[in-house]
Structures are given as C-alpha cells and as structure tokens.
Ligand binder design. Structure first.
Ligand SMILES: *Cc1c(COP(=O)(O)O)cnc(C)c1O
Length: 495
C-alpha cells in the first residue's frame, strides 16, 4: 500500500515521500504527514530475531513507499555502520527499574544521529529520483544537538551545502565546540544573538520567503531542511521503538503483544511523535510519557488543552529541550482534529498571532494515551546522583529529566507496565552539569578535566567525538543578530 504525504495546513497538497523529504516544509508553512500508516505486518517474534538494519528496512519501507528496496537498503546500510560504536546501534540497558534505550552511540553522541546519519542518503536519493539538478542547501536551526549531527551527516556530501544557526549563548560548551570545529568545505556554522525559537522562526521564514527562494533558484540552489520537521527524520526515528520493543521480547521481559510504556525527554516533539506513529503501525504501546524540563509548555498543554508560549524562556542544563514552540506537536494536533487541515490551520494561525491556542474537549479526549510532567533543575540533578549511587549508571541531563518524570508517573498511577526510557545523549556531552549533579566540588575543574573524572566514575570509554574536540581548531566564528539571518545566508551563497 502506498503512502502519500499531505500538508497539515492544506489537504490538497499531496506528495510522495521523496518529494516531501526534499521539500522539508510545505509552502503553506504546514508539515508533511502520512495520509495513512500501514500495519507493520511482520510478526514481532520474527522482528526480535532481526538486527537493527533489518528492523529499519521493515519499518521504513512501510512509510517511504516510493523508494525501491535497493535504494532503501543502500541508505540504511550506509547510515548504520561503524560510525556507531556498537553493532547493536541502539542498546537497551536495564538499570534502576527501567530500560534505557541508549540512542547516543552515533558519531556525535546524541540521539539526533539516529536520523541524521541516514537523512543525507535519503535526501540525495530523493534528489536523484526527482531529477533535481539544483544544489541542495540544508538550512537548520539547532538547540545544540541537531546542528552537529546534521553537519557530520552532510559534510562533503556532493551536491549539498549545510548552514546551521545556533543560539550563541544557549548551547553547552561541548556542543558549541563540536559545531565550530566541523570540517568540510560545504559546512557553515553561525551563532545568533537570540534563543532557539528565534533561530527556528528565522529558518522557517526563509523557507517561506518567495524572493529568497527565487534568487536561490536563479543561482541553482534550493533549500531543504534537516530539522525534525522533515519526515526523513521522523520515519527513521520510528525504527528504534520497534527495535527496543522486540529486544524486550528477545530477552524475555515481555511476550509479543504485551504493552509497554515509553518515556521521552521532549523538546520539538519529534522523538515522541515517532513513537506515536510506531504505535499506529501496530507496536503495542500503552502510554506516551512526555517529559519536559522547566520550559514546561507541553506539560501545561496536556493538563489544560491550552498551548501558550507566552512565558519566560528558561536556560536549563538540558538545553536541547529548551523550546517553547514544539513544532512537531502540529502533527499530533492535525491528527486529533480528525486530519482536518482547516481546523489545524486556525489553531496554528492563533499560535502565530497570539502565541497560543486552545483545543476542543473532543480533541483533548483523544490525548488520553499521553501523560505529561516535568522536572525541575534540582530534581534532574538529584536523579543523576541517585541512579549513579544506586546503580553506578551515569545518565545525561536530558535522560535524567525523563527518569524523573517516570518516577512521578509511577507515583501518580501505580502503573508497573514495562517501560522504555529514551536516553537521548551521552553524559559526556553534558559533562559539567552531570558531574556537578554528582558532586558540587567538581565545579572548579575544567571541561576536559571533568571528562577524565567522568571516565573514572563511570568506567565508560571516552567517546571518539570528545577525543576529537580536545585539540581541534575552531573553523567557524560567524555570529549575527537574529534579524540578520537572511543576510548571512545570502552572503554565504553569494546572492
Ligand atoms: C533533540 C533532543 C531532545 C528533544 O527531542 P525532540 O525530538 O526535539 O523532542 C532531547 N534530548 C536530546 C539530547 C536532544 O538532542
């Protein structure tokens, strides 16, 4: 059965998967959503015997129906190789009463690698399939992790350039160092004076700027997006939920068909939405536990049905979740509105003009599988310390937000369904926050001293990504105001 992609804001715009991957965002500002989600149609016991790549093929071939088997297998095999530091790709680790799905074994040590190691292959394949001759310019806003993962994925990929905007004062020192040391003649990294939402809004505006798009086309360029709004990121993220579930089957923790819960530390709502789509494909998931940090706009939304971004933007120790506009939530809104683009459009117009919207009681009733809660900074740090002391397992700050919310969920519900917690970053990516959570006295040490201390405490090998930046030269030092993003892009492309 073939799957076509429609805009959440206009049901007349219909695309194939490869067209939707190329475009990223629809011209009307909407996001592409599948017009149906086919059943997985493979026995979960059979999937339990497959490796990550085989599971990836089963899941992705259901969704990207205009890719041939050879094309898709080429993309999958090129992405999930020894760039990952374990052949398991995404190991499931049972600690402290939960299953941590470690999604950070790729080359930039955050979960963004799961999708961004395959997106360049999907995109280049899509360009070929659609006879695109323009050079593709990947334009991306990042709260820290997407930027590096996209840069690593696209560096020196022929026929592409990549421009990344990040909030100059809103990412961790290691995140920034990772980005500004990126090699590759086609890579550009720009710090903006503004926060992540400013960066994301600036990028969205450029995607919709007819003048800019025209000038680019004249020069032989066209934009595409590596942000989590691209369905070429969402679909690969469905894979690891199926993989995790079937590992629980394989190791006897559950039987095929049993339900599980998932806990996802959430920012732009891409990761948890992928879990929701995996359920629609037939994966037995009972609850989607949406974990926020102190930027708890999603918690408030699930509590009240009212989404309101008019509030203070808080910089936390989990910067990849410091987001007030969770873009991918639009896809869920569209779904609970009954796939009604006009209804969704009204709500999103409200978000644009007043920064808020309210869903109807009928829509809210369709959110019963979701549970939202949040963790304060102090709670997040306490969780890192507690699990280290009880189990010797050291998690990063984002994962600790999820683990904290999971404890709150259990206390609220007494639900003991087997649970998978998405572990989204290596503790080495947020070393300072992690080490200070364990012991305040680490505050006096340098970032790389802390890396060595973390290695001693955890016994986990220092990832190559960290070794690489110890001595790497800074190659990117452009900084601009949030109002100058378009001028910066024009300058880079010579428009
Ligand atoms: C991006 C990111 C998140 C949030 O994921 P979304 O898909 O944006 O909800 C959480 N943790 C880490 C480490 C991330 O990099």
């Amino acid at each position: 059965m073939s799957v076509m992609y429609k805009s959440t804001r206009n049901s007349n715009e219909v695309m194939t998967a490869s067209e939707a991957i190329l475009k990223g965002l629809s011209d009307d500002g909407g996001l592409y959503v599948p017009d149906n989600i086919p059943a997985l149609g493979v026995d979960l016991n059979k999937l339990a015997d497959m490796d990550y790549r085989q599971v990836a093929f089963e899941v992705m071939s259901r969704m990207l129906t205009d890719f041939t088997e050879d094309e898709l297998k080429h993309c999958i095999d090129s992405a999930y190789d020894d760039k990952f530091d374990t052949p398991l790709i995404a190991p499931l680790v049972n600690k402290a009463g939960a299953n941590y799905l470690e999604l950070f074994h790729g080359s930039t040590i955050a979960f963004k690698d799961m999708a961004l190691s395959i997106l360049p292959y999907l995109l280049v394949t899509s360009a070929k399939k659609n006879k695109v001759t323009n050079e593709i310019v990947i334009l991306t806003a990042t709260s820290g992790d997407t930027g590096k993962a996209a840069l690593a994925g696209f560096a020196d990929v022929p026929g592409t350039k990549i421009i990344v905007f990040y909030p100059k004062n809103g990412v961790s020192p290691i995140q920034e160092k990772q980005m500004v040391t990126q090699k590759g003649d086609n890579t550009y990294v720009v710090g903006i004076i503004g926060n992540f939402d400013d960066a994301q809004t600036g990028v969205k505006n450029m995607f919709n700027d007819k003048n800019l798009l025209g000038d680019m086309n004249n020069k032989g360029y066209q934009f595409s997006s590596a942000n989590s709004i691209n369905i070429g990121r969402l679909v690969p993220q469905m894979v690891y939920y199926v993989y995790a579930y079937t590992r629980l089957v394989k190791n006897g923790q559950i039987k095929a068909g049993d339900k599980i819960n998932v806990v996802v530390p959430t920012g732009n709502f891409g990761n948890i939405l992928a879990a929701y789509y995996a359920k629609e494909m037939g994966l037995p998931i009972a609850k989607f536990i949406c974990a926020s940090n102190e930027n708890k706009v999603l918690y408030d939304f699930f509590e009240t049905g009212s989404y309101d971004k008019n509030r203070e933007f808080i910089l936390t120790s989990s910067p990849s979740m410091d987001i007030l506009i969770s873009s991918n939530l639009e896809r869920l809104i569209y779904r609970i509105a009954g796939d009604d683009a006009a209804k969704n459009n009204d709500l999103m117009n409200g978000l644009n003009s007043t920064g808020k919207y309210e869903i109807t009681p009928e829509m809210k009733a369709k959110l019963s599988e979701f549970y939202g809660n949040y963790a304060t900074e102090a709670e997040t740090a306490a969780t890192i310390k507690r699990v280290y002391e009880s189990d010797g397992y050291i998690m990063d700050t984002h994962t600790a937000v999820a683990a904290t919310v999971y404890e709150k969920y259990k206390a609220d519900s007494n639900d003991d369904t087997p649970t998978v917690i998405a572990s989204t970053a290596s503790p080495y990516k947020f070393t300072r926050s992690v080490m200070e959570a364990i012991d305040k006295s680490y505050a006096s040490q340098s970032d790389f001293e802390l890396v060595d201390e973390l290695n001693k405490l955890s016994g986990v090998k220092i990832p190559q990504a960290i070794e690489d930046i110890r001595s790497a030269a800074v190659l990117h030092d452009t900084v601009c105001d949030k109002s100058e993003m378009e001028a910066t892009v024009r300058n880079i492309l010579g428009l």
